[in-house]
Design a protein around this ligand. Structure first.
Ligand code: GLV
Length: 315
């Protein structure tokens, strides 16, 4: 059976696939034309967040196609409706990246709150004139109210990691999450209420038509003055133009971002602002996590092509 890897897959997963199947690997950078040519006759396609999997690609693959295995927890790059209509499976890589992504969210909260990148730049440019009593004042996490937008696996792990900081935790979620709320001592609010009280707002939702631009000019205007926004989920959950405005003119004090609307492009406005911490979509980027994701991604393919249920299906 033929497995087409749209770009690359760490060896931990690739080896499992090559031991069992005829594997064709597109390589980097992503070549859409290559994928369309090689998808024909594939039984499985391995994709990732940068690879759009739409009807035309599924049709191009043909009737023998069984599964689209995404090397990511997010699967907004896949037209799941088209997958369902064709009776195919689609899978993702949850759980194994929860901690790495949550740790990055906390790192961005602290980097933005304590102005780590801005002051590192000042230091490296030789602009530091020496210690001053009111220089480079930031804000502490301890005692802050942290608003988690989305209280799924990653949101809850952030809550756990923040335990030692003694923060007030509030969250929004489409589900009641009563048990998780009680376990983490967190209070469920609606989005407007959360934004009004949170010193830090951290986004942990899937990108869907409902969450696209859920952080926009109107919602940003409800944020507490001096609030810090952290985004480790998907760039399009935030309207970037509105974010830039809120960082320039308030109410936001700073933002820590791992994801962007049109990756890999990052608006120059964001880059120029001193109060942004910008990292290049590295939420799950540790050796152990990427290997675990690759293994799970391969296990999903192997299960479906063996006629079994995949470990982590989304369709
Ligand atoms: C990465 O962006 C992921 O969704 O895992």
């Amino acid at each position: 059976m033929k497995v087409v890897v749209a770009r690359t897959l760490p060896a931990a997963g690739l080896q499992k696939l090559t031991e069992r199947f005829d594997v064709e690997v597109g390589g980097l950078p992503f070549d859409r034309q290559w994928l369309y040519e090689h998808a024909a006759g594939a039984h499985a396609i391995v994709a990732d967040p940068t690879v759009p999997v739409q009807r035309d690609l599924l049709d191009r693959a043909g009737d023998q196609l069984k599964v689209v295995s995404n090397f990511a927890v997010g699967f907004d790059n896949i037209d799941t409706e088209a997958v369902r209509e064709r009776g195919l499976r689609a899978t993702n890589t949850p759980n194994v990246l929860t901690n790495a992504t949550a740790e990055l969210a906390v790192a961005l909260m602290q980097a933005a709150g304590r102005r780590i990148v801005e002051t590192d730049g000042i230091f490296r440019r030789g602009e530091w004139v020496g210690w001053e009593p009111e220089q480079f004042l930031g804000r502490e996490l301890s005692g802050a109210t942290v608003g988690l937008v989305g209280f799924g696996r990653i949101g809850q792990r952030v809550a756990e990691l923040l335990t030692g900081f003694e923060v007030e935790l509030v969250f929004t979620d489409a589900q009641p999450m009563d048990e998780a709320a009680a376990r983490h001592g967190a209070q469920r609010l609606d989005l407007d209420e959360l934004l009004a009280v949170s010193d830090y707002v951290s986004l942990h939702v899937n990108l869907t038509p409902e969450t696209k631009h859920m952080v926009n000019a109107e919602t940003l205007a409800r944020c507490k003055p001096g609030a810090i926004l952290v985004n480790t989920c998907r760039g399009s959950v935030v309207d970037t133009a509105a974010l830039v405005d809120a960082l320039k003119n308030g109410p936001l004090a700073a933002a820590g971002l791992d994801v962007y609307e049109n990756e890999p492009a990052v608006p120059e406005d964001l880059v120029q602002l001193p109060n942004t911490v910008l990292v290049p979509h590295v939420g799950s980027a540790t050796r152990a996590t990427r290997d675990a994701m690759a293994t799970l991604c391969a296990d999903n393919v192997i299960a479906v092509l063996s006629g079994e249920d995949p470990p982590t299906p989304v369709v």
